[in-house]
Design a protein around this ligand. Structure first.
Ligand code: FES
Ligand SMILES: [Fe+2]
Length: 372
């Protein structure tokens, strides 16, 4: 049985917001890439982006580009997007189909979908050159609930261990079988941490999200994960509201076999360091965050529905998509304003309220990851 805590029951212990350099310093940004984004498991998107052998997409992690693909046997693999000859990027397009193998555009070295070098023109007369010794550099891949994860660490923590807290936690939401109805990309002029902190509290919901606050009172709900890299819980919809949509009505069939209590709740989980998972009775939204600089983050947001919803014209998935696209933009805007304010010479760390205990917990996770 999962136990839940009110956000305000969690000790805040005098926590203050991070100091300015965490939002402005290229050195700290570099450390975050090194110790967090190049070390932890990152959500790269849904498995069904790759349906046929040779299908691929690119994931950009800091300065690194990773090729995520489906191999001949239907398995998922990932490689650095770097040729073993002179290092050139193998793929430029963000997604597509590679065909039966991967060919470098520079001198046509060719790799199998399993990463092995299978062709290298005019190398037969090279001494001490064995193609078997020049495969693409692999990146670890894992799949969980229909999502693909990558890890660029040399010795990644096994995914099952890293994800043990979450394993089985969302089974009732039927995540592997849901289908993406819409994806919207956002280019946000704010540090990635401001976006994570923002997602982790609803203290801002009254002032920033009037429509959301009508559907779920900002102080409603409880948290079941309050420590460590994964935090979150649920909020409760007001009587008469069926989902988080423009109309307040539900916009699809239930995503899974949900108990009665879940039909009036929205669950929000911040999954360190790059995934935000929001589970509604009739759809699931997930964000992936990709830091681009101290004051820049690329965000991809997708909405997942039960296939029965998408095949039924009486449902209008856009009702949910529009609601969150509006709410997302409200969040990004206030985070951009926050970025600008925090950059000021006048800014000093401020006190977190008890309603921001999960934001404070997120900051601790960042600091712990950086060894501070
Ligand atoms: S750099 Fe790729 S084949 Fe030369
Ligand atoms: Fe918000």
């Amino acid at each position: 049985m999962t136990s839940f805590l009110k956000t305000t029951d969690i000790s805040i212990d005098g926590a203050r917001t991070l100091s300015r350099e965490y939002y402005t310093s290229p050195e700290i940004f570099g450390e975050e890439l090194e110790h967090i984004f190049l070390r932890r498991w990152l959500c790269a998107g849904r498995e069904d982006r790759l349906t046929n052998p040779g299908d691929y997409f690119l994931a950009e992690v800091g300065r690194e580009s990773v090729l995520v693909l489906k191999d001949r046997d239907g398995g998922y693999r990932a490689f650095y997007n770097v040729c073993r000859h002179r290092g050139t990027r193998l793929c430029e397009e963000h997604a597509g189909n590679l065909g039966p193998n991967i060919q470098c555009p520079y001198h046509a070295w060719t790799y199998g979908l399993d990463g092995h070098l299978i062709g290298a023109p005019s190398t037969a007369d090279l001494e001490h050159f064995d193609k078997a010794e020049w495969p693409l550099f692999p990146v670890a891949v894992a799949s969980w609930e229909g999502f693909l994860f990558i890890n660029l660490a040399e010795r990644p923590e096994p995914f099952e261990e890293a994800w043990s807290t979450l394993s089985g936690r969302f089974s009732r939401f039927n995540l592997p079988n849901l289908k993406v109805a819409r994806t919207i990309d956002y280019d946000v002029k704010a540090n990635w941490k401001l976006l994570f902190q923002n997602y982790s509290e609803c203290y801002h919901c009254g002032p920033v999200h009037p429509a959301l606050s009508r559907l779920t009172p900002p102080t409603s709900g409880e948290n079941d994960l309050t420590e460590g890299p994964f935090t979150g819980g649920f909020m409760v919809m007001t009587r008469g509201a069926e989902s988080m949509t423009m109309s307040g009505k539900s916009c699809g069939v239930a995503v899974g076999d949900l108990p009665e209590e879940d039909m009036t709740r929205v669950y929000y989980y911040a999954i360190f360091p790059n995934m935000l998972l929001s589970l509604h009775p009739d759809y699931v939204m997930f964000h992936t965050l990709w830091p681009r600089g101290t004051d820049r983050t690329f965000i991809r947001c997708s909405w997942l529905f039960h296939p029965a919803t998408l095949g039924d014209p009486t449902f209008n998935p856009d009702d949910g998509v529009e609601f969150w696209d509006m709410t997302n933009r409200q969040d990004w805007h206030i985070c951009e304003q926050s970025q600008l304010g925090v950059e000021s010479r006048a800014y000093r760390p401020g006190p977190y309220s008890r309603r921001e205990s999960l934001s404070a917990q997120f900051d601790r996770e960042v600091l712990r990851s950086l060894g501070r």
